[in-house]
Design a protein around this ligand. Structure first.
Ligand SMILES: [Fe+2]
Length: 228
């Protein structure tokens, strides 16, 4: 069962953008683990892996409209970033990222812990190490490419800033890649960075979501135009 309706009843409520027992069970499990983690993020990420693996293995729950690209998506390249769940306090989000064949995300950071897993398709991921914790006032932020890897359905990786949260992904399959992201932040609406590794530069970046404008985006800059 899946329904595409967006349900929330106020600023203090959780936002659900689709409904499915598998999704609600995973979010409940995640919250239990977060509550019991005592702030130990590496242990939390380890504990989340088993339920996340089960979520990735089930091909029935993702509503079809969250498995397609978005021409006006803030990531560029026709990439869709579809918010599935956001907690009332915006400290937990689950979303799908749909990258068309041949398209790449910018090199970007996340500013929060996360667990990312591939649901469909195949990706090449470039992983970078920051050489400075934050960009200097001129925006200089040198990065070093430390790993290039292939990501296949069921594969997952952790985001753990400040050391392990800068990367770019490109779809290498003939079909769009669909990855599922559990983040400890409102990832589409916070300001983070996109990088130009060749020029050692970082730029302010906000990806937005393809199905929900950010609350403070009254001017609706181009990166926040929704697809749905
Ligand atoms: Fe990412």
């Amino acid at each position: 069962m899946s329904t595409p309706t967006h349900s929330h009843s106020g600023l203090q409520s959780d936002d659900w953008f689709m409904e499915h027992p598998r999704l609600s069970e995973f979010v409940a499990t995640s919250r239990e683990l977060i509550g019991g983690s005592g702030g130990n993020v590496p242990a939390l990420l380890r504990a989340l892996e088993a339920p996340f693996r089960d979520l990735l293995a089930d091909q029935t729950w993702l509503a079809p409209q969250f498995g397609i690209g978005c021409e006006t998506g803030g990531m560029g390249g026709g990439i869709g970033q579809w918010l599935l769940f956001r907690s009332a306090d915006h400290t937990l989000t689950l979303f799908s990222l749909v990258v068309p064949p041949g398209s790449s995300t910018p090199v970007h950071d996340h500013h929060a812990w996360g667990l990312v897993g591939l649901y469909r398709g195949e990706q090449a991921e470039d992983v970078y190490r920051r050489e400075t914790t934050t960009p200097d006032p001129a925006g200089r932020a040198p990065l070093t490419l430390v790993e290039q890897r292939t990501v296949r359905p069921g594969d997952m990786y952790r985001l753990l800033p400040p050391s392990d949260d800068v990367h770019a992904v490109r779809t290498t399959s003939a079909v769009p890649s669909v990855s599922i992201h559990l983040l400890g932040i409102d990832a589409g609406c916070v300001w983070r960075h996109r990088f130009e590794p060749d020029h050692a530069m970082a730029h302010p970046f906000r990806s937005g979501y393809s199905n929900e404008p950010c609350a403070d985006a009254e001017a609706k800059p181009p990166e926040l135009i929704a697809c749905a």
